[in-house]
Design a protein around this ligand. Structure first.
Ligand code: GAL
Length: 673
């Protein structure tokens, strides 16, 4: 059974490639606002997100609303031709609300209350919070619902960034209700959660708790369902705000997602159909192995959520953030590269947090379009440069990224595969997904990221890394795709459990044994840092498994380690297609090698391979309009064949395109207009 693909999104509310930013005028005296509006207009800012954290300014006491300042800001911006992305102001409750209703505060798994003083201090299931928040949303929507300056509605802010998992009594009760709806009977829940283990059988839904901190590992199926519940609770909250807005307004409604490294508790595949515009916040995270590759991954995943249509980068930083251990600044060239990588991968809007660097508060050391030093700065000039480049790229808006390879990404697999009591703590879902994605990126293969069960028929090759927990129908989509002539690469710890985290018996990987033509008796993980060698001479680590071939052939076996002679990489002919299996964590070269062979078999068309990921080449097209983005992250100049018109520098290209180290070029290819 194929799930319908996520519907492709249409054009964004504003034409061209929108440039925007968050603006927090409540932090500044009025005289600064006028100057800001002038500067914004000069800089070509199209869209400004305001009122994101406005609650304590708008509702100074319960039920007492003051809109004078917000009226003035919206009118001022509108008067300068700048449209507004209007926040509902509900992301952080004001002190009077948490003082009067401390029961809305979130509680952690060990029963600790998270107090106000930071932000997002509210329980997603709290009816008290929701009542107050929706009353405010109604006021805002009624007042500005028909204002011509409002181009977009911005519900709350990064829902679930801090408060996704709440273990308070109110959440516990809501969890019980969610479970009763999901399972219908307590017997069905007992079966799904395997509660015969450790004497956990429930006689009634009333006995169920959220998976609070326990003395030992908690029931993994309960933990998995708590993740699903928590994602659904916040989605329900989002939908409640959106419903109020839609009563008064016609502009599209969105909220800013944060895929993938930072918000892991929301299954955005289930959110995507409910937002009018897909918007993502992305910050380079220098704690990750390859922050630039992760940017590309996040952009491709966001495009997947938009069904391949345009999406907005709602926030990024001009320079450093202030919430990592070491907050690295960006050069202007890097800022341009980051921005245009998002555009290359489908963003039709580039926005920043925030307009002016705050003089106080927890983010006073966060970069901004206007830093503390003012406008005579590298940062400000880099924004002006970006603005001019985005104007020249306006014609790219609406075109679609060209990809013939897909990668299946699953939040439930992430939650379950990284759970307690697994074979190796060193195997982490996101790292394994990134490894496969990065190898494809280095091979010059542009990847669409899709949900489990999504229609795969338009792809030549499908990667399924670490797809640990999968339902029968979703597994069947991959199997049928290959049987019908598709090609897949599956990596270890895939197809192990069903959607309740119950192991599929009879030999791993239960969901994909036939597809892959193998059966695995036992996992044999390795101590981190231990290298094993394959018969091909290539290196691997972290994981191995006692694997037997049924119909597959071995492409490489272990030469040493715990399982010498056992197959480590296999290939199977299945129906009209082929499937490869990677039973260990291959080093980058070896992983690229397997994926290159799979891509060749599948007839994938790579753009410009570059083994270290220092050059990205991505294509966008719309009918006869074709664009190629070349992003040179390296220091050396590169040259590649191209004909047409280069848009960043606005000059013709005949035969050969030169891209200096650190620069980006975008060519409208010949015949394209
Ligand atoms: C985002 C958030 C903004 C700001 C920014 C700083 O996650 O939405 O409000 O905190 O991070 O990087």
């Amino acid at each position: 059974m194929r799930k319908p693909a996520v519907p492709p999104r249409g054009p964004l509310p504003l034409p061209g490639i929108t440039l925007g930013c968050d603006y927090n005028p409540e932090q500044w005296p009025r005289e600064v606002w006028d100057a800001d509006a002038v500067l914004m207009a000069e800089a070509g800012i199209d869209l400004v997100a305001i009122n994101i954290f406005g609650w304590s300014a708008l509702e100074t006491r319960a039920g007492e609303y003051t809109f004078d300042d917000l009226d003035a800001v919206i009118d001022l911006l509108h008067g300068h031709g700048i449209r507004v992305n209007l926040g509902t102001a509900t992301s952080s409750p004001p002190p009077w609300l948490t003082t009067r209703h401390p029961e809305i505060l979130p509680v952690t798994a060990d029963g600790t209350t998270r107090f106000p003083g930071g932000r997002q201090a509210w329980c997603p299931s709290s009816p008290v919070f929701r009542r107050h928040a929706l009353a405010l949303v109604e006021q805002v929507a009624k007042r500005y619902g028909q204002h011509p300056g409002v181009a977009l509605w911005h519900v709350s802010n990064e829902l679930g960034c801090h408060n996704a998992l709440c273990y308070c009594e109110v959440s516990a009760e809501a969890f019980r209700g969610w479970l009763a709806d999901r399972y219908g009977s307590i017997e069905a829940l007992n079966a799904a959660w395997g509660t015969s283990f450790w004497s956990q059988r429930y006689g009634d839904f009333a006995e169920i708790q959220p998976p609070r901190a326990a003395l030992s590992h908690r029931n993994p199926s309960q933990v998995l369902d708590f993740h699903r519940f928590s994602s659904d609770e916040l989605l329900g909250y989002y939908r409640a705000e959106a419903e109020v807005i839609r009563r008064y307004a016609t502009a599209p409604v969105t909220t800013n997602f944060m895929v993938t490294a930072h918000i892991r508790n929301l299954d955005y595949w289930s959110w995507a159909p409910h937002v009018d515009v897909i918007a993502n916040d992305h910050y380079l995270d220098h704690r990750l192995g390859d922050p630039t590759a992760e940017l590309s991954f996040a952009a491709d995943l966001t495009r997947g959520l938009a069904g391949g249509g345009p999406w907005m980068l709602m926030e990024q930083a001009v320079g450093a953030v202030n919430w990592q251990p070491h907050n690295l600044a960006k050069s202007p060239a890097q800022m341009l590269r980051n921005s245009l990588t998002h555009v290359a991968r489908g963003a039709d809007s580039i926005c920043f947090f925030q307009w002016r660097a705050s003089p106080h508060g927890a983010e006073k050391f966060h970069s901004a379009l206007i830093p503390h030093a003012g406008t005579d700065t590298v940062a400000w000039r880099s924004v002006l440069d970006l603005s001019s480049v985005l104007r020249r790229l306006a014609e790219v808006a609406g075109s679609r990224v060209v990809a013939d390879t897909a990668l299946i990404f699953s939040w439930p697999s992430w939650w379950a595969a990284d759970g307690d009591g697994r074979p190796s703590e060193a195997v982490r879902y996101l790292e394994q997904v990134h490894a496969v994605y990065n190898a494809l990126r280095e091979l010059g293969v542009t990847v669409d990221i899709v949900a489990p069960g999504a229609d795969l028929s338009s792809y030549r090759l499908v990667a399924a890394p670490c797809l640990y927990a999968i339902s029968d129908p979703d597994a069947a989509v991959l199997t049928d795709y290959v049987a019908g002539g598709g090609h897949t690469v599956v990596s270890f710890f895939s197809g192990i459990a069903d959607e309740t985290d119950r192991i599929r018996l009879g030999g791993y990987p239960g969901a994909f044994r036939d597809l892959l033509g193998i059966t695995v008796e036992e996992f044999c993980p390795l101590t981190p840092g231990t290298a094993i060698t394959l018969t091909s001479g290539e290196k691997a680590g972290l994981w191995s498994e006692r694997l037997r071939l049924t119909t597959a052939e071995a492409l490489a076996c272990y030469r040493d380690g715990p399982l010498p002679g056992v197959p480590a990489i296999t290939r199977n002919t299945f129906g009209a297609g082929t499937s490869r299996y990677i039973a260990t964590a291959l080093e980058a070269d070896a992983l690229r090698h397997v994926l290159r062979e799979a891509a060749d078999d599948a007839g994938v068309t790579p753009t410009e391979p570059c083994d270290d990921g220092s050059v990205e080449v991505v294509r966008r097209a719309d009918g006869d309009r074709r664009y190629v983005f070349v992003i040179n992250h390296g220091t050396d100049d590169i040259e590649l064949p191209a004909n047409g018109h280069e848009l960043v520098e606005d000059r013709p290209v005949a035969g050969m395109l030169r891209v200096p180290g650190g620069q980006v070029r975008v060519v409208r290819e010949v015949g394209a207009r």
